[in-house]
Design a protein around this ligand. Structure first.
Ligand code: 13P
Ligand code: SF4
Length: 303
């Protein structure tokens, strides 16, 4: 990508000067994922690696809730979010007040919250999870019923994997809710021996029509390890671009659903934020300790 070369060189130079690390989600574009990121991964890996870093500055090439999680785990470090408007429809779907009302409606039922939420919502939760460890987190509680917020489809997927009763909320990912089982079947008709792997934020009929469901990192591992001849990754489409650049012996069939929030992050705004050390993510001190506890409990469960 010659057009990106000056930015790539300048960003990598600034990273050294600032002792900064760039964490990039698997949905970032190839020039970010392959050329400037120090750590790439799913939401769980980004939280785990944020907890371990000894850099002074963390740049989150992802969305706002990921930067908040990194800040919760690194209250004394500078956490930069190159575009503060990079949100998430799931995080937008629920507030701390909603969780307080749910607790009143279901007294004594623990609250498991997907990391795709604001720090305010995390502060009202018992424990967080990601799609990479949701079942393990739910089962770690040793209870027969949990509130699982806010992704209705991930909640439904978890319910198929555990005996614990799952009470769901009505949030959806605006990218994954667009897929349908019929669309998957049409792709299968058009492509012989197609392997279909889907993110569990997809609707249940998509998961049923797929061969495998898992977090973004689990989907990548599936392709790396099993090398299907032809694969359809039912998720945000930069994933296929990133992994196709690495794995040449697999054919990627690509529907293209982009996450408009993830796509707000560019080499230009990564450079600008590293240069100015702005904009910084800060967490209201009245909620930070409680939100951190929910994230730390998730990290203690692990993957
Ligand atoms: P992962 O935790 O699987 O990376 O998913 C994050 C996300 O935002 C998916 O839409
Ligand atoms: Fe949120 Fe969906 Fe975008 Fe992931 S892909 S950040 S869940 S809107």
């Amino acid at each position: 990508w010659p057009v990106h070369a000056p930015y790539v060189a300048a960003i990598n130079q600034l990273k050294r000067e600032r002792n900064a690390v760039i964490l990039a989600h698997n949905y970032q574009t190839p020039e970010i994922y392959h050329c400037v990121a120090d750590i790439v991964g799913d939401s769980l890996a980004l939280a785990q690696r944020a907890a371990e870093t000894d850099a002074d500055v963390i740049v989150m090439a992802g969305v706002h809730f990921m930067a908040e999680t990194a800040k919760l785990l690194n209250p004394d470090k500078i956490v930069l979010m190159p575009d503060m408007d990079a949100g998430c429809s799931l995080a937008e779907s629920i507030t701390g007040d909603d969780v307080r009302l749910l607790r009143e409606a279901y007294p004594g039922v623990p609250v498991v919250t997907y990391v795709n939420t604001s720090a305010d919502v995390k502060a009202e939760s018992d424990v967080c999870c990601t799609s990479g460890n949701a079942v393990k987190v739910v089962e770690s509680l040793g209870v027969d019923k949990v509130l699982f917020l806010p992704d209705e489809y991930l909640a439904k997927y978890v319910a198929t994997q555990t005996k614990v009763e799952i009470i769901a909320w009505r949030g959806h990912c605006e990218v994954h809710e667009q897929f349908s089982g019929d669309e998957i079947r049409r792709y299968r008709q058009g492509h012989e021996n197609l392997v279909v792997i889907a993110h569990p934020e997809c609707p249940p009929d998509v998961i049923e029509a797929a061969d495998f469901a898992g977090s973004t990192a689990q989907m990548i591992d599936y392709v790396r390890n099993r090398r299907p001849g032809k694969v359809l990754m039912v998720t945000e489409c930069s994933m296929s671009d990133n992994i196709a650049a690495e794995i040449r012996d697999v054919e990627f069939v690509r529907p293209c659903n982009l996450c408009p929030h993830m796509k707000r992050i560019t080499l230009a705004n990564i450079y600008a934020s590293l240069e100015s050390l702005q904009p910084r993510v800060e967490i209201d001190p009245r909620i930070a300790d409680r939100a951190r506890l929910a994230v730390e409990r998730m990290l203690a469960v692990g993957r």
